[in-house]
Design a protein around this ligand. Structure first.
Ligand code: NZQ
Ligand code: ZN
Length: 395
């Protein structure tokens, strides 16, 4: 193993953390831009509580509301304009992954003179990866992306139908204020999609990483097992705070770099899903529930022993009397059964996607993350024909 791990975000987790938002923010400035999604944080009263805590600590507030799921670059531009006009010196995300991702790019765009779309990698010659951003503070209201404690953001361009990402050190939040109680109001379907997103962040590293990472293997399996156990409980009873807490914690460790340390894998399932949600505006976690099992069946052909390990260790399936491939496929079936049990779609037809644009999705999926031959990074690398075949198998 040969790697560098770095995560500077201060994590303040648990009961009472929201009331500390003001004191945690005040070292970073006197005026905060609060970035929110639709109406959920107003309806639940979370917005008012956040503002009260900030004002009590002497922090004034400006607002950028209305960040849409699959946040758009036009909203980022709007947010950056508000941040500049209101002379904000810190950006607070109060919402799901979409509000958090938009906040990060708003924080960078506020200090950038060019078109904010240059900050997002989309195959351009000169990717203006941000080197500076206003300080960012995240307050997640949905457990899914892990954006609260990582340096990534995913933004969509509604004109070009491209959804892509940026990752930069300056986008690490200074503080993640994580109060799992805020997720109690998340609807059942979004809870399930969030659980699927969490698990997929871990499976990407587990199946695409390098060999010889036994600690990371057990770490990944542990996170997946717990996300399944507590995810089922959170979906069954949205008011189960213990379950909400465990799922929230799982979402953080699944993508803050700890599980992935030393594995250096690709994210093929994410790249394919982003192409789908760019064109159809589907929920990210729902798209992953469709693509991941189809991708697993494809990848298991070249590395059945890895998928057999997943079947045995995560789902407790017995290898007795089975060949490796049979066990591998049984593990994938068990995963699909779990996804269906929590109410996730597992076929493209369930979300109204047909085969018309398969070639386009394949092209989009390799726009940024590809090897020298133009294949999508992963184990195994995927040609555009492979991507189309995987999508066809998910119809
Ligand atoms: O917009 P509001 O009104 O807040 O409603 C949202 C939205 O409709 C609702 N919601 C959030 N918290 C709630 C709530 N409803 C009731 N009570 C609450 N407490 O849930 C809906 C979905 O919200 P969204 O923020 O879009 O969901 P999620 O957290 O799943 O974020 C998805 C976005 O993050 C990107 C995805 O691609 C997608 O664009 N990702 C970001 C990553 C990262 N930065 O590391 C990694 C991921 O792989 C992912 O790609
Ligand atoms: Zn994801």
């Amino acid at each position: 193993m040969n790697f560098v791990a770095y995560n500077p975000t201060r994590l303040v987790f648990g009961a009472g953390s929201l009331s500390k938002l003001g004191e945690l923010t005040s070292p970073y400035g006197k005026k905060a831009l609060i970035v929110t999604g639709g109406n959920s944080v107003k309806k639940s009263g979370v917005f008012a509580r956040a503002v009260a805590s900030l004002n009590a600590a002497g922090v004034a507030v400006a607002e950028c509301a209305g960040i849409e799921p699959n946040p758009r670059i036009t909203s980022v531009k709007r947010g950056a304009d508000i941040a500049r006009a209101e002379k904000c010196d810190v950006v607070i995300a109060l919402g799901g992954g979409s509000a958090m991702d938009a906040s990060k790019v708003i924080a960078a765009a506020a200090l950038y003179d060019g078109d904010p779309w240059n900050l997002i990698g989309h195959g351009q010659e000169n990717w203006a990866i941000p080197k500076q951003a206003l300080p960012i503070i995240t307050v997640p209201t949905l457990a899914a992306t892990g954006s609260e404690m990582n340096a990534g953001a995913v933004i969509s361009n509604e004109e070009t139908k491209v959804k892509s990402f940026v990752q930069a050190e300056c986008l690490f939040p200074k503080v993640a204020v994580v109060y799992p109680e805020l997720t109690l109001s998340v609807p059942q379907d979004q809870t399930a999609y969030g659980v699927c997103d969490i698990i997929t962040h871990v499976t990407e590293g587990y199946f695409n990483g390098v060999d010889g990472t036994p600690i990371q293997d057990r770490f990944a399996e542990g996170v997946i097992i717990n996300a399944i156990e507590w995810g089922k409980k959170a979906v069954a009873d949205g008011n189960n705070l213990d379950a909400r807490e465990q799922v929230q914690w799982a979402s953080i460790v699944a993508l803050n770099g700890w599980v992935q340390a030393g594995t250096s894998g690709g994210y093929p399932v994410h790249m394919i899903e982003h192409a789908l949600s760019a064109h159809h505006d589907i929920t990210h976690g729902a798209g992953l529930a469709i693509v991941n099992p189809a991708w697993m069946r494809f990848a298991a052909k070249s590395r059945p022993e890895r998928f057999a390990q997943f079947a045995e260790r995560v789902f407790g399936l017995s290898p007795a009397g089975k060949d490796t491939t049979t066990l591998a496929l049984e593990g994938i079936d068990a995963y699909v059964t779990f996804l269906k049990e929590i109410g996730c779609p597992t076929t493209l037809s369930e979300v109204g996607i047909g085969e018309e644009l398969f070639e386009q999705y394949a092209k989009d999926a390799v726009l940024v993350v590809r090897d020298k031959e133009g294949n999508l990074l992963g184990r195994p690398p995927m040609s555009q024909d492979d991507i189309v075949a995987v999508l066809r198998s998910a119809l």
